[in-house]
Design a binder for this molecule. Structure first.
Ligand code: CP
Ligand code: NVA
Length: 308
């Protein structure tokens, strides 16, 4: 059975297959109404549970629409409304859901909720974001980069800000897709050493550079994310903003990257904080293509899971 738990836990050929499949199905649907079915329906007669223990706009809507385009049906559940939020074990929840539905996508806090769900479910489980990683997002980002600029292999990606869950999945992708990765942010918010080590072990260059302007020199892609993630306490907001202020992506910083560098942000963004509107709405930004590509990438991920 194929789960999709993380980019470093999925083999390289499968990852490449997912990106290629996403490109092909996106192409085949051009100009088709949003609710129209795909040509083939790998989720026909299938039921998918979408569980959210944190808020979501993109993940919720893109998975829901994606399942329907592939001929399946969805059930959107909030963790707090389920017995999961009231003391039932994850293992029992996983066994029960496996009797009703064919696949589970879960967005949660602690990564162990995801891994236990996968261990005890007899159906595929997909990671829709944990405190630690966000693999579906980065599959959409790789797809987006390649649509605009061709192969991502050998390119220089620069992450500005907090070494958070989205950054972690970018590091996983660096190793698996073969691109170099520079992190620029304060030392207190460095990515986990384990993730840096994984990428370096796969032969890609990972640089930690405290000076944002030096970091983005020769960048092919500049990426930002919120300074306060859903799992961060609101009381840490001011301290984090103070630490991160000099890592804002603005036009002056983008001017230090390659002239054809792209800008990405997984969204939701806090305009004029981690990134200015001038960059978000500027010619280098591909943020809404990224958002659209969540749909196409995740459909390919679900197909991969069902094929297993
Ligand atoms: N980028 C992303 O995962 O967005 P949502 O939180 O809206 O799902
Ligand atoms: N790092 C952000 C990503 C949101 C999609 C968070 O975890 O809140």
């Amino acid at each position: 059975m194929n789960h999709f738990l993380d980019i470093h836990k999925t083999d390289k050929a499968a990852l490449r297959g997912i990106i290629d499949q996403a490109k092909a199905t996106k192409q085949a649907r051009l100009n088709r109404p949003k609710a129209a079915l795909d040509d083939d329906l790998p989720l026909k007669d299938r039921m998918v549970a979408l569980i959210f223990e944190k808020p979501s706009t993109r993940t919720r809507v893109s998975f829901d629409v994606g399942v329907r385009q592939m001929g399946g049906q969805t059930m959107v559940l909030s963790g707090s409304d389920m017995q999961l939020g009231h003391g039932e074990t994850i293992a029992d929840t996983a066994r029960v859901l496996s009797r009703y539905v064919d696949m589970i996508m879960i967005r949660t806090f602690d990564e162990t909720v995801l891994t236990e769900m996968a261990e005890f479910a007899s159906i595929p489980v997909i990671n829709g974001l944990t405190d630690r990683t966000h693999p579906c997002q980065i599959m959409a980002d790789v797809l987006t980069y390649e649509e605009h600029r061709g192969p991502i292999q050998g390119k220089k990606v620069v992450w500005c800000g907090d070494g958070n869950n989205v950054c972690a999945s970018f590091l996983h992708a660096a190793g698996q897709f073969g691109f170099d990765f520079t992190f620029t942010g304060p030392a207190q918010l460095d990515p986990e050493p384990e993730f840096i080590g994984l990428a370096r072990n796969q032969g890609v260059e990972v640089i930690i550079e405290r000076d944002a302007e030096k970091a983005v020199a020769e960048a092919d892609l500049v990426v930002a994310d919120t300074w306060v993630s859903m799992h961060d306490s609101q009381s840490s907001k001011e301290r984090r903003h103070n630490m991160l202020r000099s890592y804002q992506v603005n036009e002056a910083l983008m001017a230090k990257a390659k002239p054809d560098a792209l800008f990405m942000h997984c969204l939701p963004a806090h305009r004029e904080e981690e990134v200015t509107s001038a960059v978000m709405d500027g010619p280098q930004s591909v943020i809404f293509d990224e958002a659209e590509n969540r749909l196409h990438a995740q459909k390919a991920i679900m197909r991969y899971c069902m094929e297993g």
